[in-house]
Write a protein that binds this ligand. Structure first.
Ligand code: ZN
Length: 109
């Protein structure tokens, strides 16, 4: 479980916590490119694919579109930032509300 940062914010260590605390997921590439994703859609993608949502490992599931277009390679982000959600965030298909509530109740138990 994540702790608290000095400014009192939750410090999520995995995708689910980020979604539970509504922090958008922002992979940052070494080229400077970044993209911000709505956390629920990302959580659901990971849940469906049974990927490890640990943020350190989740990094390997993202790749930079800009570097991809330039080099043809899947360049992994150097880090994942958690940021305030915004209206322009990329939204993947969202979980069924029931699924989300079930996951939340497991989390709080
Ligand atoms: Zn890049």
């Amino acid at each position: 479980m994540g702790g608290w940062t000095k400014d009192g914010r939750h410090n999520a260590t995995n995708i689910f916590e980020a979604a539970a605390w509504f922090r958008a997921i922002r992979p940052v590439c070494r080229c400077g490119h970044s993209a911000t994703f709505n956390p629920y859609g990302i959580w659901w993608r990971f849940e469906c694919k049974m990927w490890d949502g640990n943020l350190a490992k989740a990094r390997h599931k993202f790749w930079c579109v800009r570097c991809g277009a330039r080099t043809g390679k899947r360049v992994r982000p150097v880090r994942i930032d958690l940021v305030d959600p915004g209206p322009d965030d990329i939204a993947l298909p969202m979980p069924d509300e029931r699924e989300w509530k079930r996951a939340l109740s497991r989390f709080r138990a």
